[in-house]
Each structure stands twice: as C-alpha cells, then as structure tokens.
Design a protein around this ligand. Structure first.
Ligand code: G1P
Length: 301
C-alpha cells in the first residue's frame, strides 16, 4: 500500500555536528556557516528547500550554533545602514533570503548520538505530517533542485523517498546504501538499505546523498532505535525498520547533478569552484583567472 501523498510543508536541517575536519575555522563558528562563494553552506541548502516549496524550516542545532539562528533573523541595524546608504540591491537580497516571521524553528540535540537521534529531536516541531530532511554538508548542484525532483516523484509515489547517486564500488562503506528493484530507473522502489556496509557487502553502489522525504511514523522507530554503525543511532536503520515492519514504501530518486560534500575540505573547495564559475557577475572573470592559474602552474599535465 502507498501512503496517499500529503503536502510537504516542513524541512528539517540537522546542524549540530562539531565540524572537527575544519578546525581551527570551526572553533568558534559552526561549519554550516562556512561560505561557498558568498553564501553560508546552510543558506544554499535552505535555498534548495525553498525552491522546492518548503514553508517551514526546522533546525536541530547544538552548543555554539547560535549564529545560525541569527543568520535566519532580521538584522535591523544592518538593514537600516544599508537603506541609509542607498544599497538597495544588497537590501533586497537580504530580504529575499529571509524566511518569513514564524517560518523557522530551532531545537537542540543535547548530545551527539548520531543522525537518527538528531532527526528524532525534531519530532514535536514536525508533528504528524510528512517532512523533508536535508543534510547540510551535501550540496546538490544542478539546474533543478534535487528536492524539487523528489517532490515531483512523491506526488506519484507517496510514502518515503531517498535521494541517491552511484559511487565507485570501493567507497560504498562510507555511506548509506540502498538496494532497488531497477537501478536504471530514475525512480525505483527500494527493497533494502544498509548504513556503512562492510566492503564487498553493499546491495548496490547507490548511496544516500542526504535528501529525504519521510513519513512521521519514522519518529516512533527512531525512539526505539538501537545504536548501529559507529555506535550511533542511525537514520538508515530506522528507515529499514519502517520498510520491513510497515506497509510504507520507500523509493530512490536518482540525482543526476554534481554533489559536493562540504564536510570535507576537498568537497568544500570544489563547491566554491563550481558555484563561483556559475555566479552572475563573477563567473566569467573567475574562469579567466582559473585558466591562467592552471596554465601558469602547469596543471593540465
Ligand atoms: C549520513 C547518512 C548516510 C549518507 C550520508 C551522506 O552519514 O547516515 O546514509 O549516505 O550522510 O553524506 P554521515 O556522513 O553522517 O556519516
């Protein structure tokens, strides 16, 4: 049985992670506030959710993350100064980016017990309705936002959906991996999934990219979920439980754009290149500079 599609209004963003891979940059600043070109990573992900029609943004934060809350608030003094100086363009863009009054909620994950636990912390703020979940480290770079494609698929399939993309076989142990009925389909029914499978045991090479549409029944499973890989409460384990113990469906939606893992230095640097090259008023000049840098350094081999 497929759960009849109900509108997805809310999105959850787990932003409690410590960002140890970016120390010392993240000593006093959340890793989600590192900038790709001129927008914090978390802003890019919120942009994706808004473009897909999300109306309410639920952040699961932690200690030292207060600046994320400030970022999604009005900065009265800044706006007044910009207005006084006639900086209309900057003012407009600040206003455009800001979710409306009452459209953000914040809760705290009090201890680092894993992604499943972070999602569970949002249960009261989400309530009894389906929701989107976006992992902020993963920037999905494409013309059409990944979550928008998933929303389209959801209107056909209902139930639960997971964004996936193929990875080289020797990297499957780093991710959540799904097994699907037909890997060549853009949208395919999931029959199994596993978090960080041991080498050689993955059911496919399709990894979970960090975009989900989930039914609220997941919270009941997360509440009872025992720690899994890395001794953390894993979302993938609870999703597998929901798949096996209920009549709910899970579909994989293949993401064909480029993925940048901004939780890693390399992914973060490449994201800056990709977003920089396509940014209006910057891309052309950046391309020229990059080309001459590559020539100068002999990087073309
Ligand atoms: C999390 C998820 C995993 C997913 C990955 C994407 O893992 O648990 O299923 O493939 O994000 O980045 P983490 O990166 O937190 O270990």
């Amino acid at each position: 049985m497929t759960t009849k599609p109900r509108r997805i209004r809310k999105a959850v963003f787990p932003v409690a992670g410590l960002g140890t891979r970016f120390l010392p940059a993240t000593k006093a600043m959340p890793k989600e506030m590192l900038t790709v070109v001129d927008r914090p990573v978390i802003q890019h992900v919120v942009d994706e959710a808004r473009a897909a029609g999300i109306e309410h943004f639920v952040f699961v934060t932690g200690r030292n993350k207060g600046v994320i809350e400030d970022h999604f608030d009005k900065q009265f003094e800044l706006e007044r100064t910009l207005a006084e100086r006639g900086k209309e363009k900057e003012l407009d863009s600040l206003r455009r980016d800001l979710p409306g009054a009452g459209q953000t909620s914040f809760t705290r994950q009090q201890s680092a017990n894993g992604l499943g636990h972070a999602v569970w912390c949002a249960r009261d703020l989400v309530g009894n309705e389906p929701f989107a979940l976006l992992l902020p480290d993963m920037l999905h770079f494409s013309e059409r936002p990944c979550l928008a494609d998933m929303m389209d698929a959801y209107s056909e399939t209902g139930g639960n959906l997971i964004g996936v993309k193929a990875v080289p076989e020797d990297q499957t142990q780093n991710y959540g991996i799904v097994g699907v009925e037909d890997p060549s389909d853009q949208v395919s029914k999931i029959h199994t999934m596993v978090e960080k499978p041991k080498r050689g045991t993955a059911p496919s090479n399709l990894h979970i990219t960090g975009r989900y549409i989930l039914q609220p029944e997941i919270f009941g499973l997360l509440e009872k979920q025992k720690p899994g890989a890395g001794n953390e409460i894993q979302l993938t384990d609870a999703m597998l439980g929901l798949l096996e113990q209920s009549e709910q469906t899970f579909h994989a939606v293949r993401f064909d754009g480029d993925l940048y893992d901004c939780g890693s230095k390399l992914g973060f640097l490449m994201a800056n290149v990709a977003y920089g090259l396509t940014r209006d008023g910057l891309g052309d000049e950046f391309r020229e500079e990059l080309k001459s840098y590559i020539d100068r350094e002999g990087l073309t081999g």
